[in-house]
Design a binder for this molecule. Structure first.
Ligand code: NAD
Ligand code: UDP
Length: 324
């Protein structure tokens, strides 16, 4: 039997981080969850607090921290456009200083460190679907740049620590992922539409709804993350992780309306600046190297997510606290 790993998950109280922590704790690993709760709350991990192989640390990853671990999943970063644009300077600091701090820790401990990068590094893509070799079309001075360029700089740092210091790295590029424990006020399309549908408010389509996204259910994504961390020694990525089935935003709205049975109407609001027109991952590399591909359809994933949204007390969730 493989020995227990000491695993740090930064951003571990967030939507994806809390599911990853749960999975690792259930596997018997020794898990440290680090979070500053900027876009999350303790309730996401409260059920893990009495597990002997789980620890929770309130810490901001822009400041160094001294821990001894074998693996690090670096997820700390606001991910929804509304959250990362709330304090764009802090978003850049979180990506860049956060990467430097976890890479320094990995270098000191000889740990392996996985970076949660994003499809946003492709910007508004001119190549479709997007393979890892595509270098992207990012506006460096637009409102999404704090996230896109921060994540691009983090990838650069990961590669340079690897080339210069032989730090064991892994880079995944995550495409739109949804599921239970998304913050109901994060402004992302799946959480917005479900919250609006359940409360009888109009569903807000930005633009005409012809823009596309490809939605991956959180269980598939967490499986891909763990496979990448423990995958072939010489495969460091970057690798795309996402569901290649593409939908228009209008079609997503229609599916949420149908599945919730809401009487909500659809209204249109203006399209945010630099909103990507099309997005779909080419996952050939993940299939080949990790034998990974998504298994949960949007139909099934939406049903689980709607069920979770029906069970939460919306008054217990607040927009992010000022964090300057
Ligand atoms: P999330 O906002 O739920 O999780 C991010 C977590 O990081 C939160 O718990 C937040 O409080 C924490 N955090 C933010 N700044 C921090 C800081 N300075 N120090 C410590 N903790 C901090 O978002 P998520 O969807 O779970 O995303 C997790 C990671 O995956 C992020 O790095 C994100 O960029 C990446 N990602 C997610 C998606 C997606 O569709 N969910 C897509 C691409 C990339
Ligand atoms: N979107 C929308 N209505 C909403 C929220 C988002 O039409 O209430 C659109 C948004 O303009 C984008 C897509 O849905 O085209 C996905 O947005 P999200 O913020 O979820 O993620 P990202 O743009 O980062 O992929």
């Amino acid at each position: 039997m493989a020995s227990t790993q000491r695993i740090l998950v930064t951003g571990g109280a967030g939507f994806l981080g809390s599911h990853l922590c749960e999975r690792l704790v259930d596997a018997g690993e020794d898990v440290i969850c680090l979070d500053n709760f900027f876009t999350s709350q303790k309730s996401n991990v409260v059920h893990l607090l009495d597990r002997p192989n789980f620890e929770l640390i309130r810490h901001d990853i822009t400041a160094p921290i001294w821990l001894e671990v074998d693996q690090i999943y670096n997820l700390a970063c606001p991910a929804a456009p509304g959250h990362y644009q709330f304090n764009p300077i802090k978003t850049v600091k979180t990506s860049v200083l956060g990467a430097i701090n976890v890479l320094g820790m990995a270098k000191r401990c000889g740990a392996q460190v996985l970076q949660a990068s994003t499809s946003e590094i492709y910007g508004d893509p001119e190549v479709h679907p997007q393979p890892e070799t595509y270098r992207g079309n990012v506006n460096p001075v637009g409102p999404r740049a704090c996230y896109d360029e921060g994540k691009r700089a983090a990838e650069t740092l990961f590669m340079d620590y690897h080339r210069m210091n032989r730090v064991k790295i892994r880079i995944i590029r995550i495409f739109n992922t949804y599921g239970p424990r998304m913050h109901p006020f994060d402004g992302r399309v799946v959480s917005n539409f479900i919250r609006q549908a359940l409360s009888g408010e109009p569903l807000t389509i930005f633009g005409d709804g012809s823009q596309t996204r490809s939605f991956c259910y959180r269980d598939d994504l967490v499986e891909g993350m763990v496979r990448m961390m423990n995958g072939p020694v010489d495969f460091i990525g970057p690798v795309n992780l996402g569901n290649p089935t593409e939908f228009t935003i209008r079609s997503l709205a229609e599916q949420v309306i149908e599945r919730t049975g809401t009487k909500s109407e659809i209204i249109h609001e203006s399209l945010p600046a630099d909103d990507p027109v099309r997005r779909r991952p080419d996952i050939t590399l993940a299939k080949e190297k990790l034998a990974w591909e998504p298994t949960v359809s949007l139909h099934a994933g939406l049903a689980e997510t709607i069920r979770w949204f029906k069970g939460i007390k919306i008054s217990e969730y607040r927009p992010p606290t000022p964090n300057y």
